[in-house]
Design a protein around this ligand. Structure first.
Ligand SMILES: C[S@@+](CC[C@H](N)C(=O)[O-])C[C@H]1O[C@@H](n2cnc3c(N)ncnc32)[C@H](O)[C@@H]1O
Length: 252
């Protein structure tokens, strides 16, 4: 469904039908997911320009070109990327799209199990924990309903990274406009389809502590189109349709 919102082609008829119902209830899902993906591209370029040469992308999603390694390797061809998702459908598409070069790897893993992810042989092959690492948790932490659990997991990943590592986070919010009206019905569509995780939106002051132990890169934690926009600044009208915060932290 996320792939359909992004305009991708790796989706099935049942997904397209359900996604269209979600769009009917909650049209901002489309500009929000697209702004999220564009933020992710800008963030990855920022990391690589800052010297990061190895990235762990947890909750990577169904591959949608350009993927993290393609964005990164356009800036520096030697960047290594380990992709992780807990959805077997992502795994079926990963071989074709995420494993183009020897510098990338994918494995099925759950962000709620940092030991299993950080200790996985693919991580061992691609990531050197003596060098700064880029950690991407992009549009995935809002699938964790409990604040304390989310904070503890993020801290576990942080503690495994050397100083100078960079953490990229995006997170759904209702700070900019209430999504309650259409969101209830949209959640029902996911539930009817057997989705086990729904989105938990959080306020600025709930998301900011996820950067504990990191120095936030300017302009801090902001509505994603406002983070280092390419070209023209987004208009107020465009911003009114995007319910997501994003930011990058540098590990102290
Ligand atoms: C909204 S997509 C985001 C994809 C990509 N990061 C992006 O922002 O374009 C969320 C992805 O997180 C994955 N996900 C959700 N819960 C997860 C978990 N506990 N562990 C690993 N991946 C998870 C889903 O399977 C889905 O592919």
């Amino acid at each position: 469904m996320y792939d359909f919102y992004l305009g991708g082609r790796d989706n099935y008829e049942v997904d397209r039908e359900a996604a269209q119902r979600v769009i009917d209830f909650f049209p901002d899902i489309v500009p929000t997911t697209r702004a999220n993906r564009q933020f992710m591209h800008r963030a990855v370029r920022h990391l690589v320009r800052a010297g990061i040469r190895q990235i762990i992308d947890i909750g990577t999603g169904i591959p949608t070109a350009p993927n993290t390694h393609q964005v990164a390797q356009e800036v520096a061809p030697d960047v290594r990327v380990a992709y992780i998702d807990n959805d077997p459908i992502v795994a079926t598409h990963a071989g074709a799209h995420l494993l183009g070069t020897g510098n990338t790897g994918f494995f099925l893993g759950d962000m709620r199990d940092p030991d299993a992810i950080l200790g996985h042989p693919t991580i061992g092959k691609l990531i050197d924990f003596d060098q700064p690492v880029g950690l991407l948790l992009v549009a995935v932490v809002h699938f964790l309903p409990d604040d304390a659990e989310a904070a503890a997991l993020i801290a576990a990943y942080r503690d495994a990274l050397p100083a100078g590592s960079m953490f990229v986070l995006t997170h759904a919010t209702e700070d900019f406009h209430s999504v309650e009206a259409g969101m209830g019905e949209a959640r029902d569509v996911y539930r009817q389809r057997g989705a086990t995780a729904t989105v938990t939106t959080r306020r600025y002051e709930q998301i900011l502590p996820f950067f504990d132990g990191y120095d936030l890169v300017d302009p801090g934690l902001v509505q994603i189109p406002l983070w280092h926009p390419d070209g023209e600044l987004p208009t107020a009208e465009e911003l009114s349709h995007v319910g997501t915060y994003g930011g990058i932290g540098v590990k102290l």
